[in-house]
Write a protein of this length. Structure first.
Length: 115
């Protein structure tokens, strides 16, 4: 198991930017598929973006062109750069690390986008 700690959430105006970070404990970080999910009030948790150990990434359609996921395996950290934020991006954002037999979650960080 790995422990995940997210930082970087906060309050931002629409059109602004935030960068979320998620740092993992433990070993073998580079082989984990890392992902960011989000959950808005009264909605189900949804995948925002994920990145494989080799760096290949994919995104939810609603964030394509605005969000960028990246990882630094030496620092055991995954990032989510969020630009051109919209009110509908308001949610709790969760970091996820998974390999076969493991599915690990962080505690979440809140992102609020105001008008």
């Amino acid at each position: 198991q790995v422990q995940l700690v997210e930082t970087g959430g906060g309050l931002v105006q629409a059109g602004g930017s935030l960068r979320l970070s998620c740092t993992a404990s433990g070993s073998m970080f580079s082989i984990f598929t890392m992902a960011w999910y989000r959950q808005a009030p009264d909605k189900q948790r949804e995948l925002v973006a994920q990145i494989l150990g080799g760096g290949s990434a994919n995104y939810q359609d609603s964030v394509k062109g605005r969000f960028t996921i990246s990882r630094d395996n030496a620092r055991k950290t995954v990032y989510l750069q969020m630009n051109s934020l919209k009110q509908e991006d308001t949610a709790d954002y969760y970091c996820n690390a998974r390999i076969v037999g493991q599915n690990n979650w962080g505690q979440g960080t809140q992102v609020t986008v105001s008008s």
